[in-house]
Design a protein around this ligand. Structure first.
Ligand SMILES: *Cc1c(COP(=O)(O)O)cnc(C)c1O
Length: 407
């Protein structure tokens, strides 16, 4: 008799976005005449930059000719892209191309990274949080059971209005610390000084920071780090995850990368220092066969002058949407956060409404879909996420309806 991985039974039953989708489908069925606007799931709507399309077409043509055809590529990514990443994203930060591992996206990387860490590591996550960090640790047996809205062995770092959405250092020392800034779902950021506190803490306690910088391209304010390696000492304690999904509209193309400096170590049972770059390389070579050549040529094109111009236009478009959402909420007296260095606006529900009740009200009254904060963790209760990834027209219309129905 085949046994399952028992850890899967510990995963909290309801999956946030499928519950949202079910509720929306039911509402549409009962109200076929209503046009529902979705500002819920974090997917982009702007098409890919033209230079990326051209680069991918050219690469596809190369695949059709014997002398330029490419089969299996290097598992770590082609040199042309690894070099372009170092030159364009890490100039002056001392990162080398063999510390870059190109992948099919940051979700997979954030999920797969748990492979290289021992089962008994203590894990800390911010609360609210991107669910991938939590669920992949549940699957690999690091969290214990789900009791009263929390996993018994996880360390939760609350981020609420009270601490201005800045996680505080935990009482119990974690081994692995997941940080994501600009944050999904709150849209809030840490300054360089605030992130330095975490880097120093990790160094003192021999912990490792898993830093998700998927939204770094949205940063517009001064003194907000676009990479954790801007912080002194981070090269010894941090692994960084980046993605072209939100930066360049690659959610359907699939490309991201991990930065794993050779100076990041963990320890074996005998206390020997082990280079994690080597472990991750081993893991990737065994379980991953490289990002498609065509995709990597598309990603490389983002770093051309034209590519940079086009992605900036798209990011500015989304940020203007975020501004429209923030201003609209302000007009009707709803407190809202994020939305400045981020495509996400995190609002405080009026009258302390439960976040799922607010979801239902917004859907039935304004026919607008957002994401209930509670779905991102216990401290998300009483909050709600709206995304700026919709079209301009839909964003304006959604805010008009929210203002009419909620004031
Ligand atoms: C969207 C997102 C990613 C990127 O995922 P991809 O797999 O690269 O599309 C990573 N982290 C967070 C927090 C995200 O919201």
């Amino acid at each position: 008799m085949v046994k399952i991985n028992e850890n899967f039974e510990k995963i909290e039953a309801s999956y946030l976005f499928s519950t949202v989708a079910k509720k929306v489908a039911e509402f549409q069925k009962n109200n076929p005449d209503k046009k529902v606007i979705k500002l819920g799931i974090g997917d982009v709507t702007r098409p890919l930059p033209k230079v990326c399309i051209e680069a991918m077409k050219k690469a596809a043509d190369e695949m059709g000719k014997a002398d330029t055809f490419r089969g299996y590529g290097p598992e770590q990514g082609y040199d042309f892209l690894r070099n372009a990443i170092v030159e364009n994203e890490y100039k002056g930060l001392g990162i080398s191309p063999d510390e870059i591992f190109v992948s099919d996206g940051a979700k997979c990387d954030c999920g797969n990274i748990v492979d290289i860490f021992g089962e008994n590591n203590k894990v800390a996550v911010t609360d609210p949080v991107y669910p991938v960090y939590v669920d992949t640790n549940v699957m690999s047996g690091r969290t214990g059971k789900y009791i009263d809205g929390k996993y018994e062995k996880l360390i939760y770092l609350p981020m609420t209005e009270e601490n201005n959405f800045k996680p505080e250092l935990p009482k119990e020392v974690p081994d692995l610390i997941y940080l994501c800034f600009p944050n999904n779902p709150t849209g809030t950021v840490l300054t360089k000084e605030e992130l330095k506190v975490w880097v120093d803490y990790a160094k003192t306690n021999k912990s490792i920071i898993l830093f998700d910088a998927a939204y770094c391209a949205f940063i517009s304010e001064e003194n907000i780090p676009k990479s954790i390696y801007e912080i002194e000492g981070a090269k010894d304690v941090a692994i960084e995850f980046k993605s072209y999904s939100k930066t360049a509209g690659f959610t359907g193309v699939r490309c991201g990368y991990v930065v794993l400096p050779k100076t990041v170590y963990a320890y074996d049972e005998d206390g020997n220092k082990i280079e994690l770059n080597k472990l991750w390389n081993r893991r990737q070579c065994t379980k991953f066969n490289g990002t498609p050549y065509i995709t990597q040529r598309g990603a490389e094109a983002i770093y051309t002058k034209e590519g940079q111009k086009e992605i900036k236009e798209n990011i500015d478009y989304y940020k203007e949407n975020a501004k429209i959402i923030l201003e609209g909420l302000k007009e009707i007296g709803i407190k809202a956060y994020g939305g400045v260095n981020s495509p996400y606006v995190w609002l405080k529900t009026p009258n302390n409404m439960k976040s799922w009740d607010f979801f239902d009200m917004l859907l039935t009254k304004a026919n607008v879909v957002g994401t209930p904060g509670e779905g991102f963790g216990p401290s998300g209760e009483g909050y709600f996420r709206l995304t700026a990834f919709g079209t301009r027209e839909n964003t304006i219309e959604a805010m008009k309806r929210i203002k009419e129905n909620l004031k």
